[in-house]
Design a protein. Sequence first.
Length: 223
Amino acid sequence: MEGEHRALLRKPVVSIDPGSADTPDVIPASRFLLLTLLAWWTVGFAVHPLNGEYVGASFLHLINLPFHEAGHILFSPFGTFMTAFGGSLMQLLIPVVCVVSFVRREDWFAAAVCGWWAGQNLIDLAPYIADARALQLVLLGGRTGAEVEGHDWEAILRSLGWLRHDRTLGYAAHWLGALTMVGAIGVAIWITVGLRDQGPGIRAGQGNRAQGSGLRPQGWARQ
Ligand SMILES: [Zn+2]
């Protein structure tokens, strides 16, 4: 009885029987739904390069903003340059940390989605970078950089002596971001379709550890 009790305690809280006939393809369906949304967002962002109004109006901008502001505070002990740069750095670091964390857990799909988010953050930053000389972007306080004392990227590029490259760097951030988003969606589709078609533990990098418990790929793979 005691042993039985312990065995029950060891059972994962969330578990889907891979062999069960009534295991629906709910997870792939929800994943494809999410990927459709990400693809839709990707196209929307990609065709609006350096469009601060479009990027700023996105729901995703509201998610990125608190990390940006926290970065300014977090990096403030490291001087004025890092205080200015810390905001943009932090909004890129958070999704990258999420990617690393999910890779360590071998949750490749979640890692790919966070990779997409990292790319989206580059696109989020692109109009800001490109606005270093023009200072026409409306900032958090409702005024443009020209109306206040400049802004982050004006300070960053000025101290690096790269102000004249602001548009080039902005475009580079935009297209690198778009490429990252497309690549991440591709990886996520490959993982989802590959696992569905070939069963658990077969895909490269899955290894034997994919035989674990919980909502791991084998939970919904066709056997
Ligand atoms: Zn800032």
